[in-house]
Design a protein around this ligand. Structure first.
Ligand code: 5RP
Length: 227
């Protein structure tokens, strides 16, 4: 296993220790979240899980975890999920796995959100990782032009690129497309978040601000806590 994978695994396993029987637990998406799901299943607790993607639901169901849809349970007690960048104040970029909308819906329905990651995800300023933006498929090329304007309002002069795989646009679990904006530096994440949300056709974006309560980051010296 690579060092990065070992750090992801350690952070996922540390987060699994936060779960208790009787909890409703939100399950994130991605390779780090998968370590959490596996560690949670191994604990054999009596928990009900709300998943942030079809891929995570398939993994969790295969491991014998009880699954419920968002809204079918009382409030979610704990959600654990990965991130593409962890910036100041636990501001995050998420959506590298194209699950940002379901992730944000589950995070916002949770009492406590814990982000898990390898050490390379911690950054002094958000923006090196291209910011994913989920856009309604209908008319998305027109929406892309409006997105350029919204980014320019925030002094970010880039054109977001349609995410492609195998020659076709990547579709999210909700049937939307993803544009990635290589911002470089995001000096004012809150202003950018507001500008992007104001564009008709934008479903949501990967800036997760004021949502994470705790980060468990795997490092060469073990898992560190950021609060
Ligand atoms: C999916 C996400 C993931 O949590 C993020 O991309 C991190 O992935 P990984 O743990 O595989 O590095 O936001 O939409």
């Amino acid at each position: 296993m690579s060092d990065v994978d070992a750090q992801k695994r350690a952070s996922g396993e540390a987060a699994a220790e936060l779960a208790e029987s009787g909890m409703v637990v939100g399950l994130g998406t991605g390779s780090t979240a998968a370590w959490f799901v596996k560690a949670l299943a191994a604990r054999k607790l009596d928990v009900t899980c709300v998943c942030t993607s079809v891929a995570t639901a398939d993994l969790a169901a295969g491991l014998g975890l009880r699954i419920a849809e968002l809204g079918e349970t009382r409030e979610i007690d704990l959600t654990v999920d990965g991130a593409d960048e962890i910036g100041p104040g636990l501001s995050l970029i998420k959506g590298g796995g194209a699950a940002l909308l379901r992730e944000k819906l589950v995070w916002e329905a949770s009492k406590r959100c814990v982000v898990i990651a390898d050490a390379a995800k911690q950054v002094p300023l958000l923006g090196k990782f291209p910011l994913p933006i989920e856009v309604v498929a209908f008319g998305h090329k027109t929406t892309q032009l409006r997105l350029c304007d919204a980014l320019a309002e925030c002094d970010i002069g880039v054109a977001p690129r349609l995410r492609m795989k195998d020659g076709a646009p990547v579709l999210t679990d909700g049937g939307n497309v993803i544009y990635d904006a290589a911002c470089g530096r995001i000096e004012d994440p809150a202003a950018l978040a507001a500008a992007l949300k104001s564009v008709t056709g934008v479903v949501d974006h990967g800036l997760f601000l004021d949502l994470a309560d705790l980060a468990l980051v795997g490092t060469v010296d073990g898992v560190i806590r950021l609060e």
